[in-house]
Structure formats: C-alpha cells, structure tokens
Write a protein that binds this ligand. Structure first.
Ligand SMILES: *[C@@H]1O[C@H](CO)[C@@H](O)[C@H](O)[C@H]1NC(C)=O
Ligand SMILES: *[C@@H]1O[C@H](CO)[C@@H](O)[C@H](O)[C@H]1NC(C)=O
Ligand SMILES: *[C@@H]1O[C@H](CO)[C@@H](O)[C@H](O)[C@H]1NC(C)=O
Ligand SMILES: *[C@@H]1O[C@H](CO)[C@@H](O)[C@H](O)[C@H]1NC(C)=O
Ligand SMILES: *[C@@H]1O[C@H](CO)[C@@H](O)[C@H](O)[C@H]1NC(C)=O
Ligand SMILES: *[C@@H]1O[C@H](CO)[C@@H](O)[C@H](O)[C@H]1NC(C)=O
Ligand SMILES: *[C@@H]1O[C@H](CO)[C@@H](O)[C@H](O)[C@H]1NC(C)=O
Ligand SMILES: *[C@@H]1O[C@H](CO)[C@@H](O)[C@H](O)[C@H]1NC(C)=O
Ligand SMILES: *[C@@H]1O[C@H](CO)[C@@H](O)[C@H](O)[C@H]1NC(C)=O
Ligand SMILES: *[C@@H]1O[C@H](CO)[C@@H](O)[C@H](O)[C@H]1NC(C)=O
Ligand SMILES: *[C@@H]1O[C@H](CO)[C@@H](O)[C@H](O)[C@H]1NC(C)=O
Length: 752
C-alpha cells in the first residue's frame, strides 16, 4: 500500500518538471525506458565464412538492425571475444585467429548493447585440413600404380580426392592403418601421369599435393643376335612402341650397360665386346622409362669357342686304337667333336680313345670345339697307328713261311707229316688223367656234373685240392722274403717262381709270382702274381720290365669291403711316378662299365729305354666270388687275348688279383679253355686247373670259381648271333653259384 503512495507523490511533483523542456523530453523518455526495462538486442541471423585457412577463419555477418553501436561477443573454445568499434559499413568481418587445421568449431555470436546480450546465434564451421605430406609410389606395373601416403594427422576423419586424367576420385580411409593405399587402375604402359591429391574434411579441401610418375614400360618382345664371333656379338631389337623417350639397360655377366633409345629409326643395336670365347652368356634387356623398368627379356647365347689346339696322337691298344690328345680350352667349351671319315665322337675332356683301328695305318681326324650349338673352325691331323704289332706280325708271317718251307722240304723228303701231329697230340694228353669233353657233349656233361646238388663238381674240384702241394717253397719262406708274401698260405713254388735279376739295391731275387704254362706249348705265357703290397711295388715293376711284359691284367680293386686288396702301384694321375729305377707314366685311360684300360710307358732311368705296357683292370669281380654275369669276363678276356696276339714276342702277361690265385687262376684258365675250344672243339677244365696247380698253389681258389668256368664255357657255346643267353637258365645257374659263394664265405669266416 505504501509504494502506491510513493508513485502518486512522484506523479504530482516530477511530471511538471519534465514539461519545462520539450526537446529534452524524447531523450529523457528513451533514457527512462532503458533504465527501467532494457530490451535485449536481436541476434545475428546468419554468418558466412569469408576466408578459410588451416589456422584462421574470417567470418562475416550483417550488422543487427544496421546499427553500428552494437557490440558483439563471439564465444568459442571456452572463451568470449568482444568485437567492438564497428564504424562504417553494414557488415562485420572478423578473423578468428590461432585455430587448428582440419577442425570443426562451434561458435555462438551474441549481440551486445550496453551490457545486455542477445540470445545468441550458434553455428559450426571447419578449418582447412592439412595437405598430404608425402605421396609415394608403392608399386607399379604396366597398367596400374599403387600410391601410398600417410594419413593426415593419422586421423580417420579425413577423406581424399585424387585428381588425374580429368577425373576426381574420392578415397576413403581404412581404420587401423596409418597409411592410405590406393591402386590407380586402367593406365597405359610407359606413360607419365600427374596425380593431384587433396585432403577433404567436411567438403573443405586442403591445398593440393601432387606426384608425377610413370607406369612400367613394355618389355622388348624380340632380341636378335646379328653378328657374332669368339669375343663379341651384336644385339638388335625394335624400340618399344617406337618411343624415343625410352632407354634400355642391358645386364650380363654381372655388368649393367645403359643404352639410349633416343636415336633415329625404330631399331636399337648394341655391340657387346670383351666376351670369353666358347662361353654361354645370358643377356637381360630392360626398357627404362624415367624411374621405371620393364620386366627383363632374356636371350642366351654361346660365343664361338676357340679352335682346338695342341692336337696330337698317342699309340694305344697295340695299334688297334689311338688316343687323341689336345690342350685344355682357351676360354670355354662344352665338348670337342672329333670326326673320323663318317664317324663322329664327342668328348668333354682333353683326350679321346678311338678303337677298332688297324695297326700301321694312317687316319685323318678333324676336331672342333663346341659351346652349345656353336662350333669352332675344325682342325685336322693325320696319324699312324702303332706299327710295332704289324712289324711283329710280319716277322711272325716270315716265320710261318719259313716253317712252311721247312715243312715242304721235309715232305719232299718223304717224312710222314701226320705222325708229326700225332706225336704233338700225344704229349698234350699224356700227363692227363681227365678226358677232354667234346663241345657237343658239354651241355650234357655240365648238367650231369650239376645234378644232385653239384655232386660232380664237388667231387672233381675236391680231387684237385692236393695237386702240386708237395712242391717246395724254400725261397718264399726265407726270413728276408717272408714279408713279401701277402698271405702265408699262398707262396711261390721254387720250381716255377719268377726270379728278379740281380740288383745291387735288393736283398733277394724273390717275388711272389709264378710262370704259368699257356695253351699248347707256350711255356711262359703268363705270370700269375700276388697284388703288390707296399714293400713289393718296386719289385713288381722290375719284374714287368725284366720279363718284357706288355700287359698287366688286374682282377681286383685296390680296396674291397674296406680292406686293402692290392697297393695302388701305378701313378694316381698323369704325373709320372718313379718306382725304383722305373719311371711310369699314364698315357691314357679308357673307362668301360666293368673295366678300365690304361696305357703306361715305363722308362728305365738308367738306360733311358722305354717300354709300353697296357693295363687291363677288371673292376667288377669281388674276392672269392664270381662276376655277376659271364658275358663281361668273356669280353674282357677277348680284349686281353687280342693284345697278347698282337705282341707275340713280348714277355709273359702278368695277371694278378690280391693273392694271385683265385681270380687270377680263373681268368688264365678261361683264356686257355677258350683257345682249346676254338682249336680242338673240346674242353678239359679239370686238366687245365690241374696243370695250373703244378705251377702255383690254389689256382682257381673256390668251387664257385670252378663252376663259373663251366658256365663261361656254356655261355661261349651259344652261337654268336644270339649271344643273349636264355634268361631262366642263366638266372637259376647264378642263384646256385652265388649260394655256393655264400657258403664258402661262411666256411672261410668260421673255419679257416
Ligand atoms: C584469405 O586468407 C589468406 C591467408 O590468411 C590471405 O592471404 C588472403 O588474402 C585472404 N583472402 C581474403 C579474400 O581475405
Ligand atoms: C545502414 O546505415 C548506414 C549508415 O550508418 C547507411 O549508409 C546504410 O544505407 C544503411 N543500410 C541499410 C540497408 O539500411
Ligand atoms: C561467455 O559469456 C557467456 C554469456 O554471457 C557466459 O555464459 C560464459 O560463461 C562466458 N564464458 C567465459 C569463458 O567467460
Ligand atoms: C561497445 O564497446 C565499447 C568498448 O568496450 C564501449 O565503450 C561501448 O560503450 C559499447 N557500446 C555499447 C552500446 O554497449
Ligand atoms: C617422404 O617419404 C620419404 C620416404 O618415405 C622420406 O624419405 C621423406 O623424408 C619424406 N618427405 C617428407 C617431406 O616427409
Ligand atoms: C598390375 O597391378 C594390378 C594391381 O596390383 C593388378 O591387378 C594387375 O593385374 C597388374 N597387371 C599386370 C599386367 O601385371
Ligand atoms: C576435381 O576437383 C577439383 C577441385 O575440387 C576441381 O577444380 C575440378 O574441376 C574437378 N574435376 C573434375 C573433372 O570434376
Ligand atoms: C606440384 O607441386 C609442386 C610443388 O610441390 C608445384 O611446383 C607444381 O606446380 C605442382 N604441379 C601441379 C601440376 O600441381
Ligand atoms: C645393375 O642394375 C640393377 C638395377 O638398377 C641393380 O639392381 C644391380 O645391382 C646392378 N648390377 C650391377 C652389377 O651393378
Ligand atoms: C614380356 O613380359 C610378359 C609379361 O608382361 C611376358 O609374358 C613375356 O614373356 C615377356 N617377354 C619377354 C621377351 O621376356
Ligand atoms: C663332323 O661331321 C658332322 C656331320 O658331317 C659335321 O656337321 C661336323 O662339322 C664335323 N665336325 C668336325 C669336327 O669336322
């Protein structure tokens, strides 16, 4: 009640004062209104972004009521900024500084008049995102490029626009990785592209980053070799797409060569020099376009090998063969081809043995080196085969003629020729309690001997066991000679032993070796010897030299089953070796599946005389056993026999294995029996072994070897045309004889 009275009082006393001045009334009225109920100003209706950068936003709005007296407060980021002194113009422009790039900001804009704020206008906008830092080409091929860049601020809120080839591609990001990888497809090979990349945040693009790169150029489809020699060649290819912007890289022999493709014309040629003759090279050629290289195109090429040098011939096989020798390659080569009339041989080494020739004949050989398909210019040589056999042959022919003349002379003097033959037959058979078996009866004989578990063979072989055993071996058991015997039970009989010539350097004339009579009346056809041991190697060579032997037949390997069977008594390689006074050189070595044939030259260092010796080394026969098949041994014997007949005047053929009785006895027996077969159409195996055992103990040492001799004769009865034996017969036989070997082996290991 009381404030009503106060108002009435004011009405009566104040209103008349106002009435004094009318001009001041309007002013006063306004002042009075504000003071009493100050009205809120209106808010801004809209704002626009005039300029935008990574750190600032320039905002613009129309002044409220076009009144320049109003102030504004901009609220963002927990701060209120006052905007005042806005004279002139009808708009307000304000730049918000110190912002962060690629962020969304919320602003509230208040209109302020004399301390009173409007309700405020709220809006959001973003700053410009950062541009992508670093674009790289992760991979490229002919039709695609894989671009990669780090996510801006490692943040997933941004996307990207890639602009190339007049198109814009929008790229969104994958969560969980810090990079963006984009494969640009459908491009053209060997072309340069510029990619412009923008970061995009709520429709706002960053400034552009760009990368200019190229797609992989096409490879070269065809490289040709235009001209080639021993050490150089010319490569030629067509420019890829006829494009002179492309260059090329040639890679070979761990070298890189850059070749420009900017020349005129559509063909590029390159001369490669400094190559090695006879060598295969692989050239890889790449098309190069700026930082990109095509896949490599390969071409392999052999350079022509150098000609064969140092070609010469060496005598072999007593004139029935020749060994061609030449120098190692100067450069590379894969083989040497040797032609003899229409026959062609290939050899990867430096020597070639050619057999099937005739002694004392002239032969022309042409040789050229090969490297892959490349052939050098051929070189020729004309050589004569060893004439010594023929000279010997001619001598023996003369002898035959002489004998014939004597014969005719005797015949003319009415001497009975037939009695001459009879007497010779008599001497052969006289000491013989075994009957020769005519060849036509042999298969029957063989089967009767085999029946009842080989009772026949066993009995006959057993009967031979004591033959010759009563002979003396005095020298063999002398103290100075004991160490020269490999086995205490295999000693050389005094009567038939080979005596070494008196020699100042040696303690005795003893060597564990015996002469063995050959077929017919050839007294010293063979020497059966023990395989040399370390202390008898020099004696062995002395014997070969002194006996003038031209062949050594070796029937053992140096080691068998981990045991040393025989000393390796010849040089290991082509370096000559000295044994006592004898220098031994290997001239050639020819390997076959079951044997090796070597040509040695012995040179006496005191007299400088030389002697050729052929080494026939059978490698497929185990101790005490028998070879798996008869065929190989029969072939081997044939080669040995051919040699013996080629050198009729050379000394005894030295045959040895380990002890020099089992395998040695078997081969000698085989040689004699096959001669007997040829000449007499009969064989007498038991008699043959009997005779040999009179010269050396234990010759044909096992029953299986004895049976094997019979099998060899059976095999040799087959007509030559169908030399392949009936398999069933052969196999069952072999099963039998191998079982026998096993039994003997067991007996030897438990008993003796
Ligand atoms: C926009 O901002 C940039 C950088 O702050 C400046 O250089 C440019 O002149 C501005 N443009 C306008 C229209 O204000
Ligand atoms: C706003 O006021 C200014 C003077 O302050 C005047 O020049 C202008 O024409 C006015 N604009 C509008 C749209 O009324
Ligand atoms: C800014 O002004 C508004 C309105 O007057 C007020 O609510 C707010 O608390 C102020 N903010 C700061 C940080 O002063
Ligand atoms: C606007 O702001 C200025 C400076 O802060 C002040 O002097 C002025 O009185 C303000 N105007 C109004 C109408 O509030
Ligand atoms: C771009 O990336 C490469 C390797 O990825 C790096 O060596 C280089 O420093 C980067 N450049 C910039 C500007 O980050
Ligand atoms: C090139 O690369 C892309 C992507 O890795 C692939 O899809 C395409 O098959 C490739 N093209 C060739 C010719 O290898
Ligand atoms: C791609 O985007 C850029 C920038 O936004 C623009 O300038 C250009 O015209 C666009 N190009 C196409 C083909 O859309
Ligand atoms: C690419 O970026 C470089 C600077 O990084 C600039 O000089 C060039 O003009 C840009 N090219 C294009 C096509 O945008
Ligand atoms: C030849 O170049 C290739 C690619 O440029 C390189 O990988 C290689 O190591 C280089 N070889 C030699 C021997 O320089
Ligand atoms: C060239 O490259 C293709 C694959 O792109 C390949 O199939 C072809 O063998 C290559 N050509 C040569 C000559 O290497
Ligand atoms: C050997 O003969 C063949 C066929 O006649 C021939 O192509 C080759 O060049 C000859 N080789 C030598 C070394 O003469």
């Amino acid at each position: 009640m009381e404030w009503i009275w106060v108002l009435l009082f004011l009405y009566h006393f104040v209103v008349p004062v106002w009435g004094l001045s009318t001009t001041s009334v309007t002013t006063a009225t306004t002042t009075k209104t504000t003071l009493s109920t100050p009205p809120s100003p209106k808010s801004v209706k809209t704002t626009s972004v005039m300029n935008r950068s990574e750190t600032a936003l320039t905002l613009k709005w129309d002044k409220v009521d076009n009144n320049s007296n109003y102030n504004y407060t901009l609220c963002y980021n927990d701060q209120n900024v006052s905007i005042s002194n806005l004279e002139g113009g009808s708009t307000v422009t304000y730049t918000v500084p110190d912002l962060t790039s690629g962020m969304e900001y919320t602003f509230i804009l208040y209109t302020v008049f004399k301390g009173v704020q409007s309700t405020g206008y709220s809006f959001t906008t973003v700053t410009t995102p950062e541009q992508v830092d670093n674009i790289s080409v992760k991979n490229r091929n002919e039709t695609a490029l894989i671009l990669e860049w780090d996510k801006v601020k490692n943040n997933n809120i941004y996307s990207y626009t890639l602009c190339y080839n007049d198109q814009n591609v929008s790229i969104s990001t994958l969560k969980g990785v810090s990079t963006v990888t984009y494969t640009v497809p459908d491009l053209t090979a060997g072309t340069e592209y510029t990619f412009i990349l923008y970061t995009v945040f709520k429709g706002v693009q960053s400034t552009a980053n760009n990368i200019t790169t190229v797609t992989t150029p096409q490879n070269i489809t065809k490289i040709s070799v235009k001209n080639f020699g021993e050490t150089s060649l010319i490569l030629e290819w067509n420019k890829v797409n006829d494009n002179t912007l492309y260059n090329y890289r040639l890679s070979y022999n761990s070298k890189n060569v850059s070749i420009s493709g900017s020349n005129e014309g559509s063909v590029v040629t390159y001369i490669v020099t400094d190559l090695t003759a006879g060598t295969e090279y692989i050239f890889t050629l790449y098309t190069v376009f700026k930082e990109a290289e095509s896949r490599g195109s390969n071409i392999a090429w052999h350079t022509i090998p150098n000609i064969v040098t140092g070609l010469h011939c060496k005598y072999s096989s007593g004139g029935y063969g020749l060994t061609l020798v030449w120098d190692p390659p100067n450069g590379g080569r894969t083989a040497v081809q040797v032609n003899m009339s229409s026959t062609s041989f290939r050899n990867t080494g430096e020597r070639l043995y050619i057999d099937g020739l005739l002694p004392a004949q002239w032969y022309t050989f042409t040789a050229s080196a090969f490297s892959g398909p490349m052939q050098s210019i051929p070189v020729s040589i004309t050589c004569q085969t060893d004439p010594r056999g023929v000279i010997a042959g001619v001598t023996s022919l003369l002898l035959v003629i002489l004998i014939l003349c004597i014969g005719i002379f005797i015949w003319h003097h009415k001497t009975n020729i037939s009695s001459l033959f009879e007497s010779s037959n008599e001497t052969k058979v006289s000491s013989n309690k075994y009957k020769p078996i005519p060849l036509k009866n042999f298969p029957m004989h063989f089967s009767s001997m085999s029946c009842d578990e080989n009772r026949g063979f066993s009995a006959e072989y057993e009967d031979l066991s004591t033959v010759g055993a009563d002979q003396s071996c005095t020298v063999a058991t002398l103290p100075e000679n004991k160490g020269k015997n490999r086995f205490t039970n295999v000693l050389a009989y005094d009567s038939s032993r080979v005596k070494l010539a008196a020699n100042p350097g040696s303690d005795s004339d003893y060597i564990n070796a015996n002469y063995i009579h050959g077929y017919g009346k050839k007294n010293k056809q063979y020497i059966a010897a023990q395989g040399p041991n370390p202390s008898t190697v020099n004696d062995f060579w002395r014997m070969v030299w002194e006996q003038k032997s031209s062949a050594i037949v070796m029937l053992t390997n140096c080691t068998e089953g981990g045991k040393i069977k025989c000393e390796h008594y010849w040089p290991m390689d082509y370096m000559p070796c000295l044994y006592g006074k004898l220098m031994v050189t290997i001239q050639s070595e020819q390997k076959e599946s079951c044997w090796i044939q070597r040509e040695f030259v012995l040179r006496n260092e005191s007299s400088s005389e030389e002697q050729a010796v052929t080494h026939f080394h059978f490698t497929a026969w185990s101790d005490h056993g028998v070879p798996i098949r008869t065929e190989e041994l029969i072939q081997f014997r044939w080669i040995v026999r051919k040699h013996i007949e080629t050198f009729p005047f050379s000394g005894p053929t030295v045959v040895h294995c380990s002890a020099g009785v089992g395998r040695t006895g078997t081969l000698i027996a085989l040689d004699m029996l096959l001669q007997q077969m040829d000449k007499e159409e009969v064989v007498n195996i038991a008699d043959c072994v009997h005779r040999m055992r009179l010269n050396r103990p234990l010759m044909v040492q096992t029953q299986s070897q004895y049976v094997f001799l019979h099998q060899c004769i059976m095999e040799s009865l087959q007509p030559k045309e169908d030399s392949i034996p009936e398999p069933i017969y052969e196999n069952s036989d072999m099963i039998y004889s191998n079982a026998l070997v096993l039994n003997e082996y067991k007996a030897a290991n438990t008993g003796v």
